[in-house]
Design a protein around this ligand. Structure first.
Ligand SMILES: NC(=O)c1ccc[n+]([C@@H]2O[C@H](COP(=O)([O-])OP(=O)(O)OC[C@H]3O[C@@H](n4cnc5c(N)ncnc54)[C@H](O)[C@@H]3O)[C@@H](O)[C@H]2O)c1
Length: 323
């Protein structure tokens, strides 16, 4: 089993690599080679099998062709210019999210071997302009450039699968919380910052109302679901290859209550509140209530306890508080 993670240096890609190294198998076969590709070569990881790291710009068609000149059994396409960055820089978003995705699909089309391709889409491919809750078959009516680029990728993934060029699965990720490290350029970045920074003894800013609902999932459950999604029989999806991963709906206020319950009054006191109209507009356009029939029928997992998510972060990813 040969696995390639494109975007393997990112948050989800790194966690997924760790999970695959730990479980050693995928789709019932022993993993023999795991390749991690990202704009800059990801850092090396120890494993019982070969793990290689590659610098790859997916907007570079020749570079994509080169890495896909080998046969990969499972390809995870997680590379992206994320939401707020794609909104601020249209060309950068199109370059990676649209042309990069197209390059990966085209390189797969040129191969005789048909890989399983897991594509990370987003709930940003939906909007709040359609009847809620969102279902897997709700029309995608994105209201951001990022969401539009993800939705175009979904359509292409479906058609490339229908034609047998790939065995694709497009999964709309909830906001994944708590992201370790530093804030990123996603409009949802604050969802992690308001938990991570205070627990690490640093201030954080909440840019939306505490009543704002968020559709989220933990890194642990998201990565487990990404593994399962690669393992299902593609035929079970029929002609509709894109669906939402399970999430939980929670208000920002309830997230802060959980932080207080775990970390105490002083920790939650490190969170300040000031509305950022740009972030608020983007986040308000995302659906926070989804019915995940496909994922549920496939037996995918769902978080239901935000305090547990906070505790998991403390146990696995938290930096010690600055004194
Ligand atoms: N984390 C979330 O909350 C969330 C929610 C919905 C969807 N997603 C999607 O899931 C995927 C993974 O998210 P993440 O949180 O790990 O993001 P991330 O930003 O941590 O990782 C994405 C990686 O893509 C890489 N990348 C960007 N442009 C590239 C290019 N041209 N060529 C090669 N690599 C490039 C970046 O260097 C980065 O390491 C993304 O596609 C994202 O859009 C994530």
């Amino acid at each position: 089993m040969r696995v390639l993670i494109i975007g393997g240096g990112g948050f989800v890609g790194h966690k997924l690599a760790e999970r695959l190294i730990e479980q050693k198998t995928l789709r019932g076969e022993t993993i023999t080679h795991l390749a991690l590709a990202d704009i800059g070569a990801p850092s090396a990881l120890d494993a019982d099998f070969a793990v290689t790291a590659h610098a790859l710009d997916i907007a570079d068609r020749e570079a994509v062709d080169a890495i896909l000149s080998e046969d990969w059994d499972v390809i995870y396409h997680l590379a992206a210019v994320v939401s707020a960055q794609a909104e601020a820089d249209f060309v950068a978003g199109m370059r990676t999210n649209f042309f990069g995705t197209f390059n990966i699909l085209e390189a797969c089309r040129m191969r005789v071997h048909t890989p399983v391709l897991v594509y990370a889409s987003s709930v940003a491919s939906f909007s709040t302009d359609v009847p809620q809750p969102i279902r897997d078959w709700t029309a995608t009516t994105p209201q951001t450039s990022y969401g539009t680029q993800k939705a175009v990728g979904e359509l292409l993934l479906n058609d490339y699968s229908r034609r047998g060029f790939i065995d694709g699965r497009g999964v709309r990720l909830p906001t994944v919380v708590v992201r370790p490290g530093k804030p990123n350029a996603a409009a949802s970045s604050f969802c992690s910052s308001i938990i991570r920074e205070p627990l690490q003894g640093e201030p954080a800013m909440c840019p939306v109302s505490v009543d704002q609902e968020i559709w989220l999932a933990s890194p642990r459950v998201t990565v487990g679901n990404l593994v399962k999604v690669a393992e299902i029989d593609g035929k079970a999806l029929g002609g509709i290859r894109n669906f939402a991963l399970p999430g939980m709906t929670i208000t920002v206020g309830a997230m802060l209550d959980a932080l207080k319950a775990v970390g105490g009054e002083n920790v939650v006191g490190l969170v300040d509140h000031e509305i950022d109209p740009t972030i608020e507009r983007i986040v308000q356009g995302w659906s926070s209530r989804l019915v995940t029939d496909t994922a549920d029928s496939l037996g995918l997992d769902r978080d239901d306890d935000f305090e547990r998510i906070v505790r998991d972060f403390m146990a696995t990813d938290m930096r010690p508080a600055i004194s």
